[in-house]
Structures are given as C-alpha cells and as structure tokens.
Write a protein that binds this ligand. Structure first.
Ligand code: SAM
Length: 216
C-alpha cells in the first residue's frame, strides 16, 4: 500500500472510533499527512497511531493525541492561535488549515525550528510563522490569542499564557506530575475575564522546559 492510502485508513479509523469528530479536523488530517513531517526513515511508520522520533531527541505526537487536542481546542476559521512546541510543524500545519489565518508557533530547539520550517515549506503551508524561543512565557509580540495549544508537559499552568488569552479564549495544555504523565487541562477565560479550568484525562508529553516550565 502507498503512504497516502495507509494514511487515509488511519484517518478513517480515528473517525470511526469517534476521536476525529469534526469535518474540519478530518479535512486537515487528510490535507496534511504525518508522513510529510518526519524524516525519510520514519515515513513508513507515520500512519501507525503512536508517537514518532523527530530530531534532537523529541517526538511528534500520535495521531489520536493530536486529534483529541484539536477537537478540544474548538478552532474556528479566523481565530488567532499560538502553538507552543513546534517540533515537526505537523500540528501547526493542521491548525493553520483549520483557521486559515496566520498561526504562531514557538520552538526552543533551533534544530527543530529549521526542521519544522523545512517541512512546512515542503508541504506548501504558508500561514505558519515559527519562532525560536521559550514558549512557556507565551509570545507577547502577537498577543492576545483566541487559542493557545501547548504540546509539551508543564509543571503548572504558566501564568503568562493565561494572561495572553482573549476573553472567551481557550488554552489546552498538559500539566503536572513528573514526566511522562500529565493531566490535559482546558483553561477557558470567560467574557468577564474569569478563568475556569477542567481536566480531560491523562496524557504523556515531553517536558516543557523554560522559565514557566521545568528547569533544564
Ligand atoms: N507539536 C509538535 C509536532 O507537531 O511535531 C510536537 C511537539 S513535541 C511533543 C514537544 C516540543 O516542545 C519539542 O519539540 C520541544 O523541543 C518543545 N518545547 C519544550 N519546551 C519548550 C518551550 N519552553 N518553548 C518552546 N518549545 C518547547
């Protein structure tokens, strides 16, 4: 089977299992297959529903985890989104496909900034801007955001990320405990600026390292 046929099957399975729930997430997955965002030697495994290695000892998340986070984030066309932890650029490409407008993504490892930029260019994605830096502090130059998605595990919810949310904004972030297990939190800011948190369940992400993350 070719890579695209294998990928389509993965997307169908995630939809049948109720993990991909919306047309917009399904369409984004079909438009940007994971095999375009991994090194050549891992392409044949990109349809398997598990994390895969990317350079610098990091990982691109399993397709089901990415789908769960995108569905929880409730992205709409035109929303201003910040992603923390660009990695391969795959999740940023999916977000960009849904919101259609510019997406800002922060990555602390310079090698991965280059890797993601290359992958995004090869995939023809033009509306993702990748910046090097410590995303645990958010990204003040483009704040506030309608949505912030963090794809690394933080020891607690970083205050700057909550501050950089718009009213009615939402932050999705793995928090707490020791690596590798965290609770996935959905943090919502009401129209009056109150902050409400709820827990979705257990997840396993690489650590968020930085000022408001884990210390190196
Ligand atoms: N979203 C990525 C993708 O689609 O490939 C996967 C992200 S990987 C699970 C987590 C990433 O977060 C790693 O690339 C890691 O270097 C990055 N990271 C960790 N701490 C960070 C920080 N403070 N700021 C920005 N990126 C960070």
């Amino acid at each position: 089977m070719d890579l695209n046929a294998l990928w389509q099957k993965t997307v169908e399975t995630l939809a049948e299992e109720g993990i991909i729930r919306s047309d917009k997430v399904r369409r984004a997955f079909l438009k940007h297959p994971r095999y375009l965002f991994v090194e050549e030697r891992y392409r044949a495994y990109a349809h398997v529903d598990e994390p895969l290695p990317i350079p610098a000892g990091q990982t691109v998340s399993a397709p089901h985890m990415v789908a769960i986070m995108l569905e929880l984030t409730e992205l709409e066309s035109g929303m201003k989104v910040l992603e923390i932890g660009t990695g391969s650029g795959w999740n940023a490409a999916l977000i960009a496909e849904i919101v259609k407008t510019d997406v800002y993504s922060i990555e602390r490892i310079p090698e991965l900034v280059e890797f993601a930029r290359r992958n995004l260019k090869q995939a023809g994605v033009k509306n993702v801007q990748v910046f090097p830096g410590d995303g645990s502090m958010g990204f003040p130059p483009r704040a506030p955001y309608d949505r912030i998605i963090v794809t690394a595990g933080a020891p607690k919810i970083p205050e700057p990320l909550v501050e950089q949310l718009n009213p009615c904004g939402k932050l999705v972030i793995p928090v707490g405990g020791c690596h590798p297990w965290q609770d996935l939190y959905i943090v919502e800011k009401t129209v009056k600026g109150e902050v409400k948190k709820r827990r979705w369940g257990k997840v396993a992400f690489v650590p968020l390292i930085g000022e408001y993350g884990w210390r190196e």
